[in-house]
Design a protein around this ligand. Structure first.
Ligand code: GTP
Ligand code: MG
Length: 220
């Protein structure tokens, strides 16, 4: 017989399986820019100053309400180190959104943004939406990339731009919510014009604009 706590767990499980849409989102960028910290801040509201470099790829799930819809976010945190590139780019396919991150105190990480953008174009669906994020904006004293350069590059690449801090919890929630809104907007456009996926890269189930409900078999 199920105990009270088992049945509560069952209810929680069931509620987590109910959603209108599921979006797959990837966080990419050089090692140490703060991708893992950004995800932990958003999903668990936690931050640690210790640096434990991500090995390969990891993910967290968070369900939010947006525009009267229950949206399940499957957020993939990729390793920035070059040696994991083959593994991480394999996950680009089927992603509806990317957070491309650099560190405002690290010029190299900013100079790599163009390359990361090329990786997105090479490995992901054409309609994937991208937000450029300059993280660690709490470290004003150590800043080497001024805000205007971030904004300019984002404009040039056609991305929206935020400066944020996983440490201070600045613009973290806002970044994810904006990305979700941009994906939703794109999805409505596609309902009008369904032929917008590129040749060879058909959207997977997560890319479908069809509402998804009660995915008992979901891999996550
Ligand atoms: P890889 O997993 O190697 O790709 O790195 P990452 O991008 O996941 O970096 P991670 O989140 O592990 O953070 C690297 C270091 O930066 C850690 O010591 C964090 O505590 C620190 N850090 C992350 N975000 C911030 C921030 O917003 N402000 C400050 N001051 N430090 C941060
Ligand atoms: Mg990491």
């Amino acid at each position: 017989m199920a105990s009270v706590s088992d049945s509560r767990f069952g209810q929680k499980e069931a509620s987590e399986q109910n959603f209108d849409f599921m979006f797959k989102i990837l966080i990419i960028g050089n090692s140490s820019v703060g991708k893992t910290s950004f995800l932990f801040r958003y999903a668990d509201d936690s931050f640690t100053p210790a640096f434990v470099s991500t090995v390969g790829i990891d993910f967290k799930v968070k369900t939010i309400y947006r525009n009267d819809k229950r949206i399940k976010l499957q957020i993939w945190d990729t390793a920035g180190q070059e040696r994991y590139r083959t593994i991480t780019t394999a996950y680009y396919r089927g992603a509806m959104g990317f957070i491309l991150m650099y560190d405002i105190t690290n010029e190299d990480s900013f100079n790599s943004v163009q390359d990361w953008s090329t990786q997105i174009k090479t490995y992901s669906w054409d309609n994937a939406q991208v937000l450029l994020v300059g993280n660690k904006c709490d470290m004003e004293q150590e800043r080497v990339v001024i805000s205007d350069r971030g904004k300019q590059l984002a404009d040039q690449l056609g991305f929206e731009f935020f400066e944020a801090s996983a440490k201070d919890n600045t613009n973290v929630k806002q970044t994810f919510e904006r990305l979700v809104d941009v994906i939703c907007d794109k999805m409505s456009d596609n309902l009008v014009s369904p032929d917008s996926s590129p040749s060879g890269l058909k959207p997977g189930p997560e890319l479908s604009a069809q509402p998804q409900r009660s995915h008992k078999d979901c891999a996550c």
